[in-house]
Write a protein that binds this ligand. Sequence first.
Ligand SMILES: C[S@@+](CC[C@H](N)C(=O)[O-])C[C@H]1O[C@@H](n2cnc3c(N)ncnc32)[C@H](O)[C@@H]1O
Length: 268
Amino acid sequence: MAFPKIYIVGVGPGDPELLTVKADSLIRSADLILYTDSLIPPEIVAIARPEATVLRAADKNLEELLAVMIEAAKAGKRVVRLHDGDPCFYGAIQEQMVGLLAAGLEFEVVPGVSAYQLAAARLRVELTVPERVQTIILSRLTGRTVVPESEELASLAAHRSSLCLYLSAKHVVQMQARLLLHYPPQTPVAICYRLGWVDERILLVPLAELAVRSEAAGFVRSTLYVVSPALMAETVPTEYGYPERLAFCEESGRSRLYSPGHDRLFKP
Ligand SMILES: C[S@@+](CC[C@H](N)C(=O)[O-])C[C@H]1O[C@@H](n2cnc3c(N)ncnc32)[C@H](O)[C@@H]1O
C-alpha cells in the first residue's frame, strides 16, 4: 500500500495573508501539523481543522520528529511540517528529507515567502537598483552552526551588495565591525524584528549605530538585518526614520528594461 506524501511547507514570515494558496490548503487539510512556535505565530496554526493534531517541534530532536511523522504517514494521515519563511535555507530540512527517504516515504517541499522579501516590501525598496547594486546575498554569522571560512562576513561585505543576515542578532557587535571593513559608516541597515507578526518593528539606522540600536531595542531573536545602498531610496517610508534620501531613478538608477530607448522582445 502506498502511504500518503509528507509535506514540508514554507509558511512565510508570520502574516497568515502571506501564506501561499497551497500552504493554506495543506494546513487546512492536515491530520498532523508540526511547527516551531517561536518562529510561526499561532494565527497560522489556528487555521488547522479542530480535529488535527498540532505538535510543537522545538522540544523534540530530529529522531523524535521523524518517528512521529513516519508513524502518522504510515497510518494513512496527512502530515504537514511547517517551516518559517522559505524552507530552502536555514530550515534544517536536509536531514528530515534524508530520514523520510530512508523510511521509504514520499515527500514534497512547498516554497514560502522569505523574511528578506517581506523586509524589502515593508521598506518599499528594490534590492537591486541598476548601477548601484545588482546582487543579493543571504547569509548569517557563525553561531552554533559554523559558517565556512570562505563565506566569512567580511569577505561577503567586500561586494557591497544587498546583504541580508539571518540568525545573527546575538552577534551584532561582531557584525558591525566586519561590515565596517567595507561599507561606509553611513550605509543604512534595516533591523527587522518579527516581520509580519503583530509586534513587528523595523529600525533603519546608519551602519555605525547598528550594534547599539539593536541591543538597545532588545532584539535577540527573530531579527533580520538588511544592509544595502538600496535603502537610501526616496521610496522608504519616512516613519523608519533614516534622514538621507537619494532620488535614484532620476539618474543612473533607472532600469533599462522599461526605458523608452530600450528594445524588448514584446516591444520592438
Ligand atoms: C531558522 S531561520 C529561517 C529563515 C527562513 N528560512 C526564511 O526564509 O525566512 C530563522 C531566522 O530567520 C529570520 N526570520 C524569520 N522570520 C522572521 C521574521 N518574521 N522577521 C524577522 N526575521 C525573521 C531571523 O533572522 C531568524 O533568526
